[in-house]
Design a protein. Structure first.
Length: 180
C-alpha cells in the first residue's frame, strides 16, 4: 500500500495483529490454530460486474487446504504415492455473506474441526480485512486410487489430531470461529 505521496506503508498481504501487520507468505501461515492464506481476486474469477463468481470461492478454499497440508509436511502427490489415497470433498456447505470484488485481497482462514479414521471436517472462512464474505464447511473423505473409501494415514491423522488438541475449534456464531 502507498500513502498519498506514494510512499510504501506496508504489505498489502498482511493480517493485523495488535499494532503490527505481519506479511503473509504465498503458502500462508499458521496462527492461533488457523491457517491463513492470502488470495488476490483476479479478473478471471469475476463476472461482468467485477464480482467473484461463487464457484471460485471453492477454488480459493481448495488452494488454502492444499497449502495448509504442505505446512503439515504433506503434499497431495506424496500422499497418493505413499498411501494410495487422496482427499475428496464428501460434503460442502457455503454461506455467502458479502461479495468479493476484482483486485480485493482476501484471506482464507482454515480450521481443522475434526479428524476421524477416514474423514476430516474443516471450516474455511474468507475475509476481506475484518469482513466475513463466505463461510465454507466441508467434510473430506479419503478415497483410494480406485475410488473406494480409504483411511487417513496414521502419521497425518496423528499430526492433525495433535494440532486439533492444541487448538480446538469453537464455532461462536454461524460463519465465525476461534481457536482456543
Amino acid at each position: 500500500m502507498r500513502d498519498s505521496q506514494g510512499t510504501a506503508t506496508g504489505s498489502d498481504t498482511s493480517i493485523q495483529d495488535g499494532m503490527a501487520a505481519h506479511p503473509l507468505p504465498s503458502s500462508g501461515i499458521m496462527r492461533d490454530g488457523a491457517h491463513l492464506y492470502p488470495v488476490r481476486v483476479y479478473y478471471e474469477c469475476t463476472d461482468a460486474g467485477g464480482i467473484v463468481y461463487h464457484a471460485d470461492y471453492l477454488r480459493y478454499a481448495e488452494r488454502a487446504r492444499t497449502e495448509m497440508m504442505r505446512l503439515f509436511g504433506l503434499r497431495h502427490r506424496d500422499l497418493r504415492a505413499a498411501s494410495g489415497v487422496g482427499f475428496a470433498v464428501h460434503q460442502c456447505e457455503a454461506t455467502f455473506h458479502r461479495p468479493a470484488h476484482l483486485d480485493d485481497l482476501l484471506v482464507v482462514r482454515t480450521h481443522v474441526i475434526e479428524v476421524g479414521g477416514a474423514t476430516m471436517r474443516v471450516a474455511q472462512d474468507m475475509f476481506r480485512d475484518d469482513t466475513l464474505l463466505v463461510a465454507v464447511r466441508l467434510r473430506l473423505a479419503m478415497v483410494t486410487d480406485q475410488g473406494r473409501p480409504g483411511r487417513v494415514p496414521a502419521t497425518l491423522r496423528e499430526a492433525l489430531r495433535a494440532h486439533l488438541d492444541a487448538h480446538p475449534f469453537i464455532e461462536t456464531a454461524p460463519g465465525t470461529a476461534t481457536g482456543a
